[in-house]
Design a protein. Structure first.
Length: 279
């Protein structure tokens, strides 16, 4: 009996070792230069970012960038979140009503955003790393303050404002992958109703994500290796997103929201300081 148990334990150990070796081989085949420890840290961060998005309805890029930049290069962090950005914003826009009306109403902002974010992102490797770090920090600080305070700018209904906001969003998005602050400020200034706000942000984030991805691909930072990791990250983001939706019904939203946004603000200030001091 004891001999049988010993053989069973030995077989189980051998099977576990074989599975681990197979996993490592597949990971090495699909994702070259696979670092298991960093990879799992990245997946945890994706889960947290998805949770924040599911709980608050906003903040996936900001949450991901705030934490990813603690462990990996800002350029790698920017490229990694592309697939989740595309998918989640497509889902948000497709779930909204009056999509055709939204497209027609915000077409000027969308065109300016598409052109600017593509041009800016295409030359991302040419910019000093300090500029990219500071840009990410500024985007996070602006996002946090705007969401906490609800900054309203004196903006009128003319198309010129849409084009200006589109250009500002494109520059910020191309440098940092976060272009929500100018868009949100514009919509708040126009006092857009909640459902229309969600639809408009979904549309503008969605149309901006494709030229952003293309620009990063042409620049060389969005590689097959990064895309594979980003696709795996998408699955984790969706799991976190669902968890956030469940928690939203059980946890006081105001407390969690303030905690997250103050954390973003502090991390954004850290990135700005890091970029300035290393310049």
């Amino acid at each position: 009996m004891e001999k049988y148990k010993g053989q069973s334990c030995c077989q189980l150990f051998t099977l576990t070792k074989v599975i681990r070796l197979m996993f490592d081989k597949v990971a090495d085949l699909l994702i070259p230069d696979f670092d298991i420890s960093i990879f799992f840290i990245i997946m945890i961060i994706f889960y947290i970012a998805g949770l924040v998005k599911g709980f608050l309805g906003i903040g996936l890029p900001a949450a991901a960038m705030a934490l990813l930049t603690l462990f990996i290069n800002p350029l790698d962090a920017i490229a990694l979140i592309i697939i989740p950005i595309i998918f989640t914003n497509a889902l948000q826009f497709l779930r909204s009503e009056n999509r055709k009306q939204i497209v027609l109403e915000y077409k000027h902002c969308a065109v300016a955003l598409i052109v600017t974010i593509f041009i800016t992102s295409m030359f991302i490797k040419s910019y000093p790393s300090a500029l990219i770090t500071v840009s990410i920090g500024i985007a996070m600080v602006a996002f946090s303050i705007n969401t906490l305070v609800g900054v309203k700018l004196p903006i009128g209904p003319k198309n010129g404002w849409q084009i200006t906001i589109g250009i500002a969003s494109g520059i910020l998005g191309g440098l940092s992958s976060i272009w929500s602050p100018p868009v949100a400020m514009y919509l708040l200034a126009r006092e857009v109703p909640k459902e229309k706000f969600i639809a408009a942000t979904g549309f503008l984030f969605f149309v901006g994500s494709f030229p952003l991805a293309l620009g990063y691909y042409l620049s060389g930072i969005l590689t097959i290796n990064i895309i594979l990791k980003s696709l795996i990250g998408l699955l984790v983001v969706l799991a976190g997103f669902r968890t956030g939706e469940i928690l939203r019904k059980r946890v006081p939203q105001d407390i969690f929201k303030k905690f997250v946004l103050w954390s973003f603000l502090i991390m954004g200030l850290r990135l700005i300081a890091t970029g300035v001091l290393t310049d």
